[in-house]
Design a protein around this ligand. Structure first.
Ligand code: PGA
Length: 250
């Protein structure tokens, strides 16, 4: 049991439509009846339902995030893209940047750095995702990769409380496999120390993401250095999401 404020980011990925919004009612009720508990719930639905989602939750403590934004701050001829300013105008407060599924599709450290800068300029809070592949883990390169992703992604950016790191080992995402507690503790501490030493004296929040579910949360919640969780698959089911949040406080 921990008394610290914890973040729960529901990443819906490319799932969900207007019908899915009906199921959110139970989550809204849960949040309303647990106002005194120290948690923040942020939904990151696909762009297509952000507006409707926002209307549904705007009078609650739930916040809306997006799953990505374009690196260009200004409007322009970028077919298919959405920038941070557009998101802000929709009521979005958070944005996931650097998710491995976006890195796989071409987002490199330079683009990620630009996206983070643009998001911050628009007063969005950034959920900055980092993590190693299974091959990198086997070669014991995890720390090297995390250091490189952090320093390149945050190049020329002053740390502030609108940057939250999500440590997501790529081999954990969608696989049902999570790191051992000692590995997670070591990597979370490594990230926190790195940021304290090199960038700022402010404490940066670090979340864990990758196959978080209603069973492994009993174990994950024991890691006190974690400031919350980024939840993919399980977050699309309201009952499971409520269960995960609830269990974190028992
Ligand atoms: P998962 O996804 O919980 O389905 O593993 C996490 C993520 O990709 O953010």
């Amino acid at each position: 049991m921990t008394n610290k404020l914890r973040y729960f980011i529901a990443n819906w990925k490319m799932y969900g439509d207007l019908k899915s919004l009906k199921s959110i009612g139970t989550v809204i009720n849960f949040v309303k009846s647990n106002k005194k508990k120290k948690f923040k719930l942020i939904y990151c639905p696909p762009y297509t339902i952000i507006h409707s989602f926002y209307n549904k939750i705007k009078k609650t403590h739930i916040k809306i995030g997006a799953q990505d934004c374009h690196q260009n701050n200004d409007n322009g001829a970028f077919t298919g893209s959405i920038n941070a300013q557009m998101l802000k105008n929709l009521g979005v407060k958070f944005v996931i940047i650097g998710h491995s599924e976006k890195r796989k599709n071409g987002d490199n450290d330079t683009i990620i750095n630009k996206k983070i800068k643009s998001a911050l300029q628009n007063n969005l809070t950034v959920i900055f995702c980092i993590g190693e592949t299974i091959q990198e883990k086997r070669k014991k390169l995890t720390k090297k990769i995390l250091r490189s992703q952090i320093f390149k992604g945050l190049k020329n950016i002053k740390l502030n409380n609108r940057i939250i790191i999500a440590y997501e080992p790529i081999w954990s995402i969608g696989t049902g496999i999570i790191p051992k507690n000692f590995e997670l503790i070591e990597n979370v501490n490594f990230i926190k120390n790195l940021l304290v030493n090199k960038k700022s004296t402010k404490k940066v929040k670090v979340l864990y993401g990758g196959s978080v579910n209603t069973k492994n949360i009993d174990n994950l919640k024991k890691i006190h250095s974690l400031d919350g969780f980024l939840i993919g698959g399980a977050s699309q089911n309201s009952k499971k999401l409520i269960d995960i949040v609830k269990k974190s406080f028992i």
